[in-house]
Design a protein around this ligand. Structure first.
Ligand SMILES: [Zn+2]
Length: 331
């Protein structure tokens, strides 16, 4: 034992390795982590820090000057606590109070800002999302509170407004159904189609190298499918789908390439739907892992969460977290 230690000490002296800094662990160059939980907690240790961040993001980049709506000009503001222990900033000229949480999802919440921020951190730093059950454990809050927080974040911060632009360029489109697997093997194709159609259908559209859009649609046939495509696809976009019959009427409106899955081919040159199929694969594995069962009622909001993460995938954990906080501040 002691010889081991001596050898180790000796070799470390010989190679002259500086002792690792235990407080600043180093990341590998290939690491995709750029915002560890330690760093997050250092930035947002308490409610005051979160509130200060909102104040600066929403009203005052320098933390001191802001536009006073009552004076209708830029004024100096001072932070102070109201009689109800509410933190606010007050205009030094007219006494007008500004509450940085007003109008946001945090407003009048009985959950502390620090916990809201932590929940948003977890939602942006996990690949597949985390369950309310897990949040309940991590934050030490009631399950209902955890669920409500996630629901608010998903439904109010992660939905892509319908106003955002339509999908452009080469867009792969595919549909899949969400729900359990059949208990037995089906004998006929129509039997398996009927089983699939009883479950919610997800329409997925992805720009190659770009954004994804996911929609729960009424049916994988006819008008529900084609109107969803029309709503999200730029008229000049190039559609890539499999040979499912419901895409056929759209050929009159869009340039369209078809990969003939029923004839057993999956890639012909540039024609394939591997991006969207790969996405669906990850989506299902991830959702089953994190959320187990998701009801039809909430499916769209979970899809929005997945799409949101995918669409922000190149920006890194830190900016993803800030993108979400900014979204909250924008409201
Ligand atoms: Zn004022």
């Amino acid at each position: 034992m002691s010889t081991h230690l001596t050898t180790a000490r000796l070799s470390s002296r010989l190679t002259d390795v500086p002792p690792a800094n235990r407080h600043e662990p180093r990341r590998a160059k290939s690491s995709t982590s750029d915002y560890s939980v330690t760093e997050f907690l250092r930035d947002f240790p308490d409610d005051a820090a979160c509130l200060e961040h909102l104040w600066r993001t929403r009203h005052s980049p320098d933390g001191e000057h802001a536009h006073c709506p009552r004076c209708d000009t830029e004024r100096r503001f001072k932070r102070y606590e109201t009689k109800q222990h509410r933190q606010s900033w007050t205009c030094t000229a007219c006494g007008h109070h500004v509450h940085p949480t007003a109008g946001t999802i945090f407003h009048r919440s009985s959950t502390s800002l620090r916990l809201w921020f932590h929940a948003m951190y977890l939602m942006t730093s996990t690949r597949c999302g985390i369950s309310a059950k897990q949040l309940e454990r991590e934050l030490g809050v009631h399950y209902k509170t955890a669920w409500r927080m996630f629901n608010k974040i998903r439904n109010e911060l992660m939905t892509e407004g319908e106003l955002t632009s339509t999908l452009k360029g080469e867009v792969e489109i595919d549909e899949t159904s969400w729900g359990g697997k059949p208990r037995r093997k089906f004998r006929t194709r129509s039997e398996s189609v009927r089983f699939a159609e009883a479950k919610p259908t997800i329409l997925g559209m992805v720009e190659r190298g770009g954004r994804v859009r996911l929609r729960v649609i009424e049916s994988r046939r006819g008008e529900p499918l084609s109107s969803a495509v029309r709503a999200h696809l730029d008229p000049a976009a190039f559609m890539l789908t499999d040979d499912w019959i419901a895409y056929k009427p759209l050929r009159r409106e869009y340039a369209h390439a078809v990969i003939n899955h029923s004839a057993g081919s999956y890639v012909v040159g540039n024609v394939h739907t591997n991006t969207i199929e790969g996405f669906f694969g990850n989506l299902k594995t991830g959702m089953r892992g994190a959320y187990k069962k998701v009801s039809r009622k909430w499916l769209q909001s979970y899809l929005d969460e997945y799409a949101w993460r995918y669409n922000n995938r190149h920006s890194g954990q830190r900016s993803m977290f800030h993108a979400l906080v900014n979204e909250a501040a924008r409201q």
